[in-house]
Design a protein around this ligand. Structure first.
Ligand SMILES: Nc1ncnc2c1ncn2[C@@H]1O[C@H](COP(=O)(O)OP(=O)(O)OP(=O)(O)O)[C@@H](O)[C@H]1O
Length: 437
């Protein structure tokens, strides 16, 4: 064990779930829930892991605690790889690294008193002296803002916020070095959230804990984290000191997440960046930069002059063609029903115009060469020649964002992010982002 080593260091961690088919459970693919993430948590530090639902945060937490076996990568705890721990070492690790879950209600056995629940880990780890267990629990209940007299009460007698306090007491009872908190305040009222966050901060300082704090909510993360890793579709796309991330976000995904935080001060309100579509499936992530199918700043193809918003709209059409396709017949029927015509008598140019309208593409692109490509592709689509239209657009309008995956790079702002816009500014790839800022 090295005392210089970070408390926790995650290197290229992957967790893939097999997708199986049929009675023989033949494996037909993988859900790449976590797909090569690296970061570190120092002693006494809180690192946030943020991203939309489904981007792999919870899987990262359970894999790095070895609650489920990682597919690949290393997790070093005080310099030693936990994936190589034997039974005894794993038991010690289970004491030193604790997890707090989102739903305080389901994390307690309703038949056990608070004292029994909080003391359970002590019992499991061999503390036989009942009186000593009760003393420890009473002390902890007071430290988390409850009363020592609460020890013999039952979970249903407490509010959500109080239950999360009890959850915290239980996580602390074995004197851990690391806490992994998965959305610990998301189920609570906003007014209670602030209290619990402040308690977690106090406890963390008092106990000198390292903490991995998982949340989809950037405003919560801002309250408590020293550094923040932003996750998208199984990957970390930006990692920075919290202030730095909020003041100088480098990745378009981070910027989009930040713009959607409600801003109480009207003078500071910007317009929320709208992301197109849903998070794609991690079983078949997009090529290149995984965010390119939704990125508002996706780089236009070389040789054409696009206005950014229009380019995004054209990309939305391309994404749709790649996934579900565009059903020209349905468009024709829609136009017919709107105009009171028979579908057969709807002219092809109306179908093309409707496709443009649906994707918010202008009637005519300002670059005549780009317009020529697009109108040819739309002609194919209106004639039900999907593949031709899709391929023409893919060939002519290829963006670097889909053809090549950006590496995590140190940005001019000093932290790391993976975006072609950033790598153009500075070509300084970092091999491991674990030092973050
Ligand atoms: N046991 C499993 N088998 C197959 N796929 C899984 C399994 N667990 C999670 N996934 C998938 O892995 C991806 C990541 O899920 P995960 O729960 O880690 O995301 P998350 O960011 O924590 O989201 P949320 O906040 O909604 O929990 C999702 O697409 C999810 O459906």
């Amino acid at each position: 064990m090295s005392s210089d080593a970070p408390l926790l260091e995650v290197r290229n961690l992957k967790k893939h779930y097999p997708i199986t088919e049929g009675v023989l459970k033949r494996q037909v693919g993988n859900v790449r829930a976590v797909d090569g993430i690296s970061f570190a948590v120092e002693r006494g530090e809180t690192v946030g892991l943020v991203g939309e639902s489904g981007c792999g945060k919870s899987t990262a937490a359970t894999s790095l605690l070895r609650l489920e076996e990682p597919t690949d990568g290393e997790v070093l705890f005080e310099g030693r790889d936990i994936t190589e721990y034997d039974k005894k070492e794993l038991k010690r690790f289970r004491r030193e690294a604790q997890m707090i879950f989102q739903d305080p209600t389901s994390s307690f056995d309703p038949r056990m008193s608070v004292g029994e629940s909080v003391a359970e880990p002590l019992t499991v780890h061999g503390m036989r002296d009942r009186e000593r267990r009760r003393r420890i629990v009473k002390d902890l209940l007071e430290r988390v803002g409850l009363s020592a007299d609460d020890i013999d009460r039952y979970p249903h007698e407490f509010s959500g916020g109080q239950k999360q306090r009890i959850g915290l007491a239980r996580a602390l009872v074995l004197n851990p070095k690391l806490i992994v908190a998965d959305e610990p305040v998301s189920a609570l009222d906003v007014s209670i959230q602030a209290e619990i966050l402040s308690l977690m901060k106090d406890v963390q300082t008092e106990f000198g804990l390292g903490m991995l704090f998982i949340s989809h909510d950037l405003s919560v993360v801002r309250e408590i984290c020293d550094r923040v890793a932003v996750m998208y579709l199984g990957e970390i796309v930006e990692f920075a000191a919290t202030d730095e991330l909020f003041e100088n976000p480098q990745h378009p995904y981070t910027r989009a997440l930040l713009s959607s935080i409600p801003q109480p001060d009207p003078t500071k309100r910007g317009s929320a960046v709208e992301l197109s579509g849903d998070v794609p499936s991690p079983s078949n992530p997009p090529s290149g930069c995984r965010f390119h199918t939704r990125c508002p700043e996706v780089i236009p193809p070389e040789g054409y002059d696009f206005e950014q918003k229009t380019w995004r709209s054209v990309m939305d059409l391309r994404v749709r063609l790649g996934r579900d396709g565009v059903n020209a017949e349905a468009v024709r029927e829609f136009v017919a029903s709107e105009s009171g015509q028979e579908p057969e008598s709807v002219p092809a140019d109306r179908v093309r115009a409707e496709i443009r309208r649906e994707f918010d593409i202008p009637e005519e692109l300002s670059d005549p060469r780009a317009e020529e490509v697009l109108s040819t592709a739309l002609r194919h689509l209106a004639n039900d020649e999907q593949a031709e239209g899709r391929e023409l657009l893919a060939e002519e309008f290829e963006t670097v964002c889909e053809s090549s995956a950006p590496e995590l790079r140190r940005t001019p702002a000093g932290h790391v992010a993976s975006c072609h816009l950033v790598s153009e500014a500075e070509s300084n790839a970092v091999s491991t982002p674990s030092t973050g800022d």
